[in-house]
Design a binder for this molecule. Structure first.
Ligand code: HEM
Length: 158
């Protein structure tokens, strides 16, 4: 079965047909998807703005990163679960949208980056990491998350 055949099979399966026939289900799930975005956005911004030296100076970065990571992971859980449902509802439409695959590639990259390089720098002792490295890591993180969000916006309104 090709990826396109799988998308077709999923989209026309009984639960997804029922989801499309409901006037409220897709909008509710899309709204929860956006609320998850707010959770992730907040968790990412608190740490990356601090790494850029913009605000929260009295808070040690490692403490902020530790507390924010819990909300980031909860936000990711909400985004991935609602995103998969949204995708399945119009799978063959999204399959042909370049922005969907750009978003998925950026999402994979940013998750790996966030849980490896970014986490190591944010949770290190501040004295051991150069401010330039902190800023660079924050800029890469913010850029990748922005690609994911803009990609999401574009696929909603191709
Ligand atoms: C953290 C990760 C994610 C972020 C930040 C994100 C962000 C967004 C944003 C900003 C939108 C536009 C919402 C609107 O304007 O109405 C969107 C829509 C969408 N997202 Fe995501 N998303 C994420 C994960 C996912 C995943 C994992 C999938 C699928 C596997 C997905 C599938 C979709 C789909 C299909 C839409 C379009 C809904 C429509 O047609 O209105 N998203 N996303």
């Amino acid at each position: 079965m090709s990826a396109l055949e799988f998308c077709r099979w999923v989209q026309y399966s009984a639960p997804l047909v029922a989801m499309r026939q409901s006037p409220i289900l897709f909008p509710i799930i899309a709204t929860v998807h956006l609320m998850g975005l707010a959770l992730i956005g907040g968790a990412v911004l608190v740490v990356d703005l601090r790494l850029l030296g913009l605000g929260l100076h009295r808070q040690p970065v490692a403490g902020l990163a530790h507390d924010a990571e819990r909300w980031l992971l909860r936000g990711l859980l909400v985004m991935v679960s609602t995103g998969i449902l949204l995708f399945m509802c119009f799978a063959t439409k999204y399959y042909y949208l370049t922005f969907f695959w750009v978003k998925m590639a950026a999402l994979l990259l940013v998750i790996v980056f966030t849980l490896s390089v970014h986490r190591r720098v944010a949770m290190a002792n501040e004295a051991d990491v150069s401010p330039v490295r902190c800023k660079l890591v924050a800029l890469v993180s913010l850029s990748l998350w922005t690609i994911v969000a803009v990609g999401g916006r574009y696929i909603g309104f191709p």
